[in-house]
Design a protein. Structure first.
Length: 697
RNA sequence: GCCCUCGUAGCUCAAUGGAUAGAGCGUCUGGCUUCGAACCAGAAGGUUGGGGGUUCGAUCCCCUCCGAGGGUACCA
């Protein structure tokens, strides 16, 4: 870092140049004859560094004589050419630009390309959880960054208001919970999410039981060793002999047991208590674990396996026999949607509204405002038409009853690349792909965009490539003007999030915990703050902290969401930056410095000899415009998150090292102006992240 | 099998192909009668997973191996 305490730019051109020159000279002198490439390089490396320094000296001298007044100093160090500028002059110009433009400081020149950012795609009838949070935070920030970079941007949300999950939730509602909805309207959306999880638990019941048996056959050596005895007991309960033989074969070989290969409905319910006897025994007297060469370590303990068995056992006799009928009911519910059965559509509309009320509240809180609202239910029909046309034109085909596009085959690719994509279910109901084919075309044709971004987690990257390729085969020329902004998903310290299992912390719960903590900290640190302001600031700080945690990680890195970390408002986090902003506000307040006065006094601005911390801060402020351009080009809000943290740090260094209010004039005025510029830049940077900049906290 | 991502300090993460690889948390030592201590100063902590290659120069680009995660025809 050559410029600590100064301001300028460095150039490394002489380093590369020197090597070329030395090599050329050696070659001309014939000294490289017979040398291997490696030896030649080593030979050149002997003199290149000195030559680089000599070249740098020449360049520096040329710059000095060529434009004697342009730079305050020009030097050559280690082969680098460093040029320094007159800081006082540049400082006044920069501060004028920042304070003069205000919230628009950093804004790039207008661009023609219209961009649509599709993000925040929650499903109705499901809970909004921390996994969705990363998507919304990224989408909101990316939209703001692109806008600041000069693009006309349309933010779009895409609500999953129909699909298998909705049907399952509503089946569960009608079948088991009709009329039970909470009296409190605000609680209804969340309640639907719970019904959805219940529906999945019921429908997956048989599979969950069989999965546990598979787990036991792989991880519980005593279970496998004792399987003969267990099955002998089962035999005494008049169990089908074929089923006994099947279970024996599968369990001893650690293979999956397939429900449809069992002959008798009651086999597993009869077997279950015997499995329980074994598991209880195993949990009480666990056999010490002995690692076996080539065998994977068990992922569960006897206690955990027993707990899973118990959860299933409580429902085994009621649920196992009922599952086939439930599946049939779900399928009939699906048909009611397909034929738009009026009572069912009315129920769908009512429950959908419960979820939408939640989403609108959450979006508002996250600063997500949308120019376009897409709904899956509204693109189903157009999707079907596209599928029909794809089939008609021979791009798609029906394979084993399933409408698919064999993309690799159509493109003549030998190695599996885009593979085969189903575009409609065999029963005629629509898939996500059916709808995205239609939606993607709509974005360009109906909304006139030039580029469409999908902010969706990275697990869907093959999916989006498939959509693009199918649209290209379809002849849609703008298909290539789409881009999937993929990001890694959010995990919990204890493992992966599954909305099916409902193990993700709900947004509302996390929000409440964070706000409570924020209120408490404010009450400690700033007891005089009035209640209403405290509530507002707690929201700015709490939500900001949550958002920063989601943004201060590169897109391709997994975020492990740890509530304890989210509740820490110290160190590298949003409150650090917000605090710097609040401090700047307070100093400006005490100094009675207004933006107008600062702009008016720019001509006479005089820092005297600039302190290193002042220069550091000025350089930080000056970097915002290019940071915005880079973040937009790379689609990485992380860059802004890092930038604004670094800027806050520089401001901290500045006000710890330099007295503002107690400084002598004209330094006092100059530092107040610098503080105003820093405050504005901090606020703008936070704004790009969708994070509020409170004036006090 | 094929494809994608990741591997950097005890932990969580940064770092346009450039100068001595930086922050936070945690640990240790200090600093509030001084514009607000959600802060600051200092210490300790590194074979950037291993091995090759390209380059004047590699955490970054290429190859390979190891390890972790994800995707791969009717989930979204």
């Amino acid at each position: 870092m050559p410029f600590a305490g100064t301001w300028g730019v460095a150039s490394s051109v002489c380093l590369g140049l020197a090597n070329d020159v030395v090599m050329a000279e050696l070659a001309a002198a014939g000294e490289l004859e017979g040398l291997s490439k490696k030896e030649a390089k080593r030979r050149a490396a002997e003199t290149a560094p000195a030559r680089a320094q000599a070249l740098a000296d020449q360049v520096a001298a040329a710059v000095r004589t060529g434009s004697p007044d342009a730079f305050s100093r020009v030097e050559a160090v280690n082969g680098y050419v460093n040029v320094y500028v007159e800081a006082n002059v540049v400082a006044a110009r920069l501060i004028g630009e920042v304070v003069g433009h205000g919230a628009a400081y950093g804004q790039g020149a207008p661009r023609a390309e219209r961009v649509m950012v599709e993000h925040s795609q929650p499903n109705t009838h499901k809970a909004f959880h921390v996994g969705h949070l990363r998507n919304s935070c990224l989408g909101v920030s990316l939209g703001r960054i692109l806008r600041a970079a000069g693009y006309p941007v349309q933010d779009a949300t895409y609500i999953g208001d129909i699909g298998r999950h909705v049907i399952r939730c509503l089946w569960c509602y009608e079948r088991f919970h009709l009329g039970e909805e909470p009296a409190e309207p605000a609680a209804r959306g969340r309640w639907l999410g719970e019904l959805y999880v219940e529906a999945e638990t019921r429908l997956a019941f048989r599979q969950d039981a069989l999965d546990l048996l598979l787990l036991l056959s792989k991880e519980d050596v005593d279970f496998v060793a004792g399987i003969d005895r267990l099955l002998k007991y089962l035999w005494r309960k008049n169990t089908d002999g074929l089923d006994i033989a099947y279970l024996l074969g599968r369990i001893t070989h650690g293979q999956e047991i397939k429900e449809e290969l069992l002959h008798e409905e009651e086999t597993i319910p009869k077997f279950w208590p015997l499995v329980g006897d074994h598991l209880r025994e195993a949990a009480l007297n666990p056999t010490p674990y002995v690692p076996v060469e080539g065998e994977p370590e068990p992922t569960t303990t006897p206690g955990e396996r027993l707990a899973r068995w118990e959860a299933l056992a409580a429902r085994m006799d009621d649920w196992w026999p009922a599952v086939p009928a439930w599946r049939e009911e779900v399928s009939q519910t699906f048909q009611r949607w397909e034929r738009k059965d009026p009572p069912f559509v009315a129920l769908w509309e009512e429950t959908r509204a419960w979820s939408m009320a939640d989403f609108e509240r959450i979006f508002a809180e996250l600063g997500a405002s949308f120019d376009v609202w897409f709904f899956e239910s509204e693109v189903e029909e157009e999707g079907r038409r596209i599928v029909a046309e794809l089939l008609e034109r021979g791009i798609a085909e029906v394979s084993d009853g399933l409408p698919v596009v064999k993309i690799d085959e159509k493109l003549g690719l030998e190695t599996p690349t885009y593979r085969t994509m189903p575009i409609l279910r065999s029963d005629g109901t629509t898939l996500y792909s059916t709808k995205d084919l239609a939606l993607t075309r709509q974005k360009f044709e109906r909304y006139g965009v030039d580029r469409a971004l999908w902010v969706v987690d990275v697990r869907q990257s093959l999916y989006f490539q498939q959509i693009v390729k199918i649209l290209e085969l379809f002849g849609f020329s703008q298909a290539a003007q789409t881009h999937h902004v993929g990001y890694e998903f959010v995990k919990l310290p204890e493992g992966i999030i599954s909305s099916r299992k409902g193990n993700a912390p709900a947004y509302d719960d996390v929000r409440e915990a964070v706000l409570a903590r924020a209120r408490q900290v404010i009450a400690e640190k700033n007891p005089e703050m009035p209640d209403d302001e405290r509530e507002r600031v707690a929201r700015d700080v709490g939500i900001g902290s949550l958002k920063y945690a989601m943004l201060a990680r590169d897109n391709n890195k997994v975020v492990v969401f740890d509530l304890d970390e989210a509740l820490s408002f110290e160190g590298h986090a949003a409150p650090y930056i917000q605090y710097a902003h609040a401090r700047a506000c307070r100093i400006l307040e005490h100094g009675e410095a207004t933006d107008e006065a600062i702009v008016a006094g720019l001509a006479g601005l005089d820092f005297g000899e600039l302190r290193p911390e002042e220069l550091g801060l000025l350089q930080g402020i000056a970097a915002l415009p290019e940071e915005i351009q880079r973040a937009a080009a790379e689609e990485r809000p992380l860059l802004i998150a890092n930038y604004v943290y670094d800027l806050a740090k520089r401001f901290n260094d500045f006000y710890h090292a330099c007295q503002v209010l107690h400084a002598e004039e004209p330094t006092r005025t100059a530092r107040l102006a610098l503080t105003a510029a820093a405050r504005q830049t901090l606020a703008n940077g936070l704004g790009l992240l969708g994070i509020a900049a409170p004036r006090a906290m």
